[in-house]
Design a protein around this ligand. Structure first.
Ligand code: BGC
Length: 535
């Protein structure tokens, strides 16, 4: 998923001879378009939802409400259909991940990326040309399928094509590109809102065609990964591709490892059953909790609905979209802070600091709205100074999320699962994340209507709970090699050590294999596990 689905082994591992070849550079471009495309879809819906011409055409009821024909400021946008426009993408993404796991394994990474590109293109055309709500929602569903296929195949493709030493970097690049995609969508919405004639939203939705087209073209021109060819029994072809992408003839050791990994992967029969074993429970609990918590920070209330939210506070359309651009930019820059500091300061410090910052920002927003935003739209909108202060607090919230729960929600599961269950664990992580993303997308505007300013207290309550969770239950994993996690992390923890049993210590099953092999093995287990999930 989104970012961080697959990270290379940390802390040592076999380094095979490999150059940064043009094919590897194309992989980076793929990462950029895959991430951008996903981010663009996340960011674009809120902006168009706040455009009057869009509302008038598809959601006339909501349009009338925004024209003050309502009795509550907070309920202008409370409409299940409107929320479905945003949320349907995540439901489709969640479902299609399972089909994508099948095509990734049986057909290969390249065709799966091509399928993703075609879904994205079809979804974009339907959305940009939409005449009615059905076309709009079907378009979003197709985009969601694109997300499911792309997020399954692109990170995997990257991790298999890239030499080990740049694998982690590419992983974070994918996350960074999601935030850049969100920002681009915000900027484009700001621009297209100014177009007279009421078709600006079509341009916003249609411009997603650029990254979609790039991804499709990329998928046509890139090579299939050696791992996929070997997995499907095409050994000689796999070997020749490996030679081409590594830029050297000295590929025998890596080739043999891939063949061995493929063999071992085929032997793992029940990865999900493994995941449920007692000794793997701490990592599973942490991964699931992190995904639920990440979404219950309330971040996507901002990412999806910032313009709508700012409109609710009484901002004009232009100011609302402009403010969304500011929060989008803060998101990108702060993700950079995380890349820089995560291995220096550690995960816990970032999460705990962010917990305090998010909590204070949310409580401050709740107080301002509670005191100053009257329910009755005829009576008040927020005074300008206070409205700006709300934007400042939203930025404070977004920045702390972007250097903590955003990237770390993905990074920590990818580095804590023992090697035997990492891939099954990753697929659970992705599913839980998309499920709760869907829940927030579908529920936020209704929650805003019912809880009013209290919605921010609701999220701050969750931030408090998750910070306590981090304080007591999340061990530090900074600079700990994956092979040493059990000894140095789990067996040292006051609670989790009870789950560690020497006879079946985490990761012991594959302790004979090198980290490189472990990693590849885990990727193969992912396919097996997802196919189990399907059945
Ligand atoms: C989350 C997304 C969110 C994004 C915002 C990601 O880590 O998984 O749900 O939209 O961060 O930057």
């Amino acid at each position: 998923m989104p970012a961080g689905g697959f990270s290379g082994p940390k802390g040592g591992g076999t380094e095979f001879e490999a150059k940064i070849t043009p094919i590897v550079i194309i992989s980076c471009i793929m990462a950029a378009t895959g991430g951008l495309m996903f981010g663009y879809d996340v960011g674009v819906s809120g902006g168009v939802t706040s455009m009057p011409s869009f509302l008038k055409k598809f959601f006339p009821v909501v349009y009338r409400k925004t024209k003050n024909e309502i009795d509550s400021n907070y309920c202008k946008y409370d409409n299940q259909g409107l929320q479905l426009f945003t949320s349907s993408l995540y439901l489709a993404g969640l479902t299609s991940t399972f089909v994508a796991s099948f095509t990734t394994r049986k057909l290969g990474r390249k065709p799966t990326m091509l399928i993703a590109g075609v879904f994205f293109l079809c979804g974009t055309v339907l959305n940009a040309a939409a005449q009615d709500l059905a076309m709009l929602i079907i378009g979003r569903i197709l985009l969601g399928c694109g997300v499911g296929f792309a997020n399954q195949a692109v990170p995997l493709f990257l991790s298999e094509i890239a030499p080990t030493r740049i694998r982690g970097g590419l992983n974070i690049l994918f996350q960074l590109n999601i935030t850049i995609g969100i920002l681009l969508a915000n900027l484009i919405n700001y621009g297209t809102n100014k177009i007279t004639g009421g078709w600006g939203w079509r341009l916003s939705l249609g411009l997603a065609g650029i990254p979609a087209g790039l991804l499709t073209l990329g998928a046509i021109f890139v090579v299939e990964t050696p791992n996929s060819l070997i997995e499907r029994g095409r050994l000689e072809e796999g070997k020749s591709v490996l030679r081409r992408i590594r830029g050297t003839d000295n590929i025998e050791p890596e080739f043999l490892e891939l063949v061995e990994a493929s063999r071992v992967a085929k032997e793992v029969k029940h990865p999900f059953r493994n995941l449920l074993k007692r000794r793997n429970r701490p990592q599973l609990i942490i991964a699931v909790a992190l995904q639920i918590f990440q979404q219950f920070t309330g971040i996507n209330a901002i990412m999806f609905y910032a313009p709508v939210l700012f409109n609710t506070l009484g901002f004009g359309n232009d100011a609302a979209l402009y403010s969304a651009v500011i929060t989008g930019a803060v998101n990108v820059v702060s993700t950079g802070v995380s890349i820089y500091s995560v291995d220096k300061l550690g995960r816990r410090i970032l999460l705990l600091e962010a917990g305090i910052q998010m909590f204070l920002a949310q409580v401050a927003i709740a107080i301002i709205l509670g005191l100053k935003l009257k329910d009755n739209p005829a009576e008040s909108t927020l005074p300008k100074g206070l409205a700006i202060l709300v934007v400042v607090f939203v930025c404070m919230f977004v920045s702390s999320f972007a250097w903590s729960w955003g990237p770390l929600g993905w990074l920590i599961p990818s580095e804590t699962f023992p090697l035997e269950t990492r891939s099954a664990g990753q697929s659970v992580t992705v599913c839980v994340n998309l499920l709760f993303t869907f829940v927030i997308a579908q529920a936020f505007l209704s929650m805003l209507c019912h809880f009013k300013y209290g919605i921010f207290l609701f999220f701050s309550g969750w931030v408090f709970i998750m910070s306590v969770f981090v304080l007591f239950l999340l061990p530090e994993t900074k600079n700990i090699p994956i092979e040493e996690m059990t000894e140095r992390v789990w067996k040292q923890h006051w609670l989790w050590k009870r789950f560690m049993d020497d006879h079946e210590g985490g990761g012991a099953v594959f302790n004979g294999l090198s980290p490189g092999l472990h990693f590849r093995h885990s990727v193969h287990v992912l396919f097996l596990s997802l196919s189990l999930c399907e059945s």
